[in-house]
Design a protein around this ligand. Structure first.
Ligand SMILES: NC(=O)c1ccc[n+]([C@@H]2O[C@H](COP(=O)([O-])OP(=O)(O)OC[C@H]3O[C@@H](n4cnc5c(N)ncnc54)[C@H](OP(=O)(O)O)[C@@H]3O)[C@@H](O)[C@H]2O)c1
Length: 286
């Protein structure tokens, strides 16, 4: 079987979606998504309801997001057409069991919990034909610069996947992958912002070390990272070619790159993604 990988262009369309949303587990990522969906203009606040675990959190979140927030997953799911699941991986199946009595195959479950397979969710619904889409977003979704990979379960149609993709496009780019790749996606782009923050922090520290004011060093590091990422995305050139364009023969960059290779940055990053991917493979099991 060949891989089904399709990436989206930049976010498009602001067509209103005439469906009701339940965000079960509106923590960091769930709140980002609610805000993105509203900002996109495709949903109004009265189309969205959310749940959390703790009553006191529910009240605070309701005030912040201006949507109803409760601790009753089944009630929120009953009134919804699109049911997002954003609790921690080990809680996903419990939540699916809670909402089981109100599920119908006309609804769509979209889980963005790491590690939990669509099949485990389908089985927990005990409903033949329940469509499930699995997504792996990342935190830059907060600024509309997120990266989300999506994969459909056994009963998810092309239309379900397109709908799910269009929702995540309200917070960034999307790509469709085979589900077997989603743990790798978690290890690369799900955890990836943390790796990049370390690189940024190190570059800023380096700037201070060579005499730059801290603010300037952080700006130089962050804008350089942003610019380099845009060069890769927008020119479509291989990163190695773009690197060569910065590296004048016998110039300064070549000396810097020598240090990077000697320090093992490349191997370290590869190992980081491999370790995070392995962890994602077992996370749902606790
Ligand atoms: N953060 C990321 O970068 C990221 C990226 C991709 C995917 N994810 C996935 O997103 C999920 C959530 O991560 P997060 O970082 O957003 O964590 P989080 O901030 O801790 O959010 C989890 C939320 O789930 C709520 N919750 C717990 N048990 C619940 C229950 N039984 N019913 C309803 N709500 C319940 C919690 O409520 P309380 O607030 O009341 O405790 C909390 O609001 C995880 O599965 C993770 O794998 C996260």
């Amino acid at each position: 079987m060949t891989d089904q990988t399709q990436s989206s262009p930049q976010p498009t369309g602001t067509d209103r979606v005439n469906k009701r949303v339940a965000m079960l587990g509106a923590g960091k990522m769930g709140s980002i998504l609610i805000e993105g969906l509203i900002r996109s203009g495709r949903f109004t606040r009265d189309q969205i309801a959310a749940t959390v675990q703790h009553e006191n959190r529910a009240a605070k979140l309701a005030e912040r997001l201006q949507v109803p927030v409760t601790t009753d997953n089944a009630a929120a799911a009953r009134d919804a057409d699109l049911i997002f699941i954003g609790v921690k991986p080990f809680t996903v199946i419990d939540v699916v069991r809670q909402i089981k009595p109100v599920l119908t195959p006309e609804k769509l479950i979209i889980s963005f919990a790491a590690s939990v397979k669509t099949r485990a969710i389908e089985d927990a619904t005990e409903l033949l034909g329940m469509p499930v889409v699995r997504a792996m977003p990342n935190t830059p979704a907060m600024l509309g610069a997120g990266m989300t990979a999506l994969s459909g379960g056994r009963y998810a149609t092309v239309q379900h996947l397109q709908l799910a993709a269009s929702l995540f496009e309200s917070v960034g780019r999307t790509v469709q992958v085979d589900e077997k790749h989603l743990d790798a996606v978690t290890g690369l782009s799900g955890s990836g912002p943390a790796y990049i923050y370390i690189i940024l922090e190190a570059l800023a520290e380096a700037g201070v070390k060579v005499g730059l004011p801290r603010d300037a060093a952080t700006l130089l590091a962050a804008q350089t990272t942003y610019g380099a990422a845009r060069m890769v995305l927008e020119t479509g050139e291989h990163p190695a070619l773009l690197k060569d364009a910065v590296t004048t023969p016998a110039g300064c960059t070549a000396d810097g790159l020598l240090e990077i290779e000697e320090g093992g940055l490349r191997v370290t990053l590869i190992k980081a993604v491999m370790r995070a991917t392995e962890r994602a493979r077992v996370l749902a099991g606790g």
